[in-house]
Design a protein around this ligand. Sequence first.
Ligand code: DND
Ligand code: ATP
Ligand code: GLN
Length: 544
Amino acid sequence: MSDLRIALAQINTCVGDIAGNTALILDRCRAAHALGAHVVAFPEMTTTGYPIEDLALRESFQRAAAGAVSTIAEALADEGLGELMVILGTLGVSEGGMPFNQAVVLSGGEVVARYNKHHLPNYGVFDERRIFAAGEDACVVSPASSPVGLAICEDIWQDGGTVAALSGRDLRLLVVLNGSPFEEGKGHTRVELAARRAREVGAPLAYVNMWGGQDDLVFDGHSFIVSAEGEVVASAPGFTDAMIVWDVPEAGVPAEPSGIAPSESLDEQTYWACVTGLRDYVRKSGMSKVVLGLSGGIDSALVAAIAADALGGENVIGVSMPSRYSSPHSRDDAMDLAHRIGADYRVQHIMPMVEAFEQQMELSAVAAENIQARVRGMILMGISNSEGVFTLATGNKSELAVGYSTVYGDAVGAFAPIKDLDKTRVWELSRWRNAFARSRGEVEPIPQSSIDKEPSAELRPDQRDSDSLPDYALLDQVLDAYVEHAEGREELLARGFDAAVVDKVLALVDRAEWKRRQYPPGPKVTALAFGRDRRLPITSRWVE
Ligand SMILES: Nc1ncnc2c1ncn2[C@@H]1O[C@H](COP(=O)(O)OP(=O)(O)OC[C@H]2O[C@@H]([n+]3cccc(C(=O)O)c3)[C@H](O)[C@@H]2O)[C@@H](O)[C@H]1O
Ligand SMILES: Nc1ncnc2c1ncn2[C@@H]1O[C@H](COP(=O)(O)OP(=O)(O)OP(=O)(O)O)[C@@H](O)[C@H]1O
Ligand SMILES: NC(=O)CC[C@H](N)C(=O)O
């Protein structure tokens, strides 16, 4: 056996559950010790969960985090695991009372070193400069008399700082604690970055990431180790608990690969990101069941399939709410879907409620159409209130972009599992989910006719989404350029898009900012999700 065996504990912590996180950490320390590890490393801010936002500023929370570190150190010593070196992320505080995003190193029943994150990310979804002070000093610890350097997440994404300070320190290993949220395609970026940093410090790099959902973020895990030459020598699967165990070679000795997790397609990763985001939002909120409207269309079908994978079909209530405009296939497809996923299927006709409204109030065309969506929203919230379940909103990113939903109608809900998937991705992931079922000899969850049918809100006779919007294939391309790549009107025209289409889409997007702000949270799966990644004023006269 090597003189330096490292374990990386990929775990799913819960923000604010300091006692639960402490118990989980101790459990994995015992497992790592039983596997002969000399060092076990945990993700960023393990004791507190991540990201903790302004909880970082609360003195009571800071004290609780410090208490957790002492509890863990004492418990390890009491259980005879004191010789195991434990590296974990926590909330630290400077002498002047400023919070730090901190790594602590425990050995022999006490804290033997502390490292404060140097580079605080302050872009996209991150606001760390608002809540943390930046660390200034590099940290090298010495398990098995070997120099092991520490870094925290963003530290390896920026040049200079910690990594620069660690090159030339003759490290045997660089350990990086991470809270790196999922984005399509980010896995490759992380590995390439880690490989570059490993070559810079001339030592293998062990990258341990958390997994699990936290509000609108999903962490995918996918922890790994690269050799000093930048080759992946061990890796963990995504969206699950995992422990990587690896024997760190002596300087100059070739690295031996350990277990390498099979690679997953982008569709597969994104689908499980949505499942994880929903499951953890519901479970970490202390709930277990959800309700949603089943229209027979593709959006509600995909959300229902995700919900069934997240919580079990028996914990999904699917309600068909036909109106005078609902086609027979919308009800057949809704029922078919519910049976396929084992959902609790219900039918609630909406016309008596809509007509009661219409008798009391005269409403214009769109207002009258929207009553249908709002009555459906009230029914779902009625079930949510009386049965203690969360309502799911089924809107996709294309609809959110152009405001194609009824506020307080189909936009109601606790969580919106596909709000970061444009319509094109909705079809792709639906096809992927069915193909995944076929590959396992299981029933395809989504009826083929829901995938094939033309999208319609069915709020008036023969309504089609294409009456109000460009075809989704075109709409999604314009949105990708305008929203994801922040291109202006001129750049869009230079790409060859029709001026009338560009002007219409840009106006719809700009006008819908207020509606997006009122939309429920949902998992970020792309590089730029609506919400914290794209912060625009609601009241604005800026026109492209
Ligand atoms: N900046 C702002 N801040 C706050 N409120 C603002 C506002 N701008 C307009 N408003 C208000 O918003 C209201 C309009 O919004 P809202 O009531 O939602 O209604 P609206 O956007 O006019 O209509 C909903 C649209 O979504 C379509 N839809 C509905 C349901 C489902 C689907 C689907 O396929 O999934 C599509 C429907 O066909 C229609 O085109 C107006 O009464 C206006 O006063
Ligand atoms: N007849 C219906 N029964 C139950 N729920 C409905 C019905 N019509 C609409 N909804 C709910 O409102 C949401 C918005 O649906 P709508 O049909 O207007 O457009 P959509 O965005 O194309 O969604 P979908 O693809 O699910 O039909 C649906 O996803 C569903 O949750
Ligand atoms: N927690 C962090 O510092 C995350 C920032 C980093 N760029 C990432 O997304 O992986």
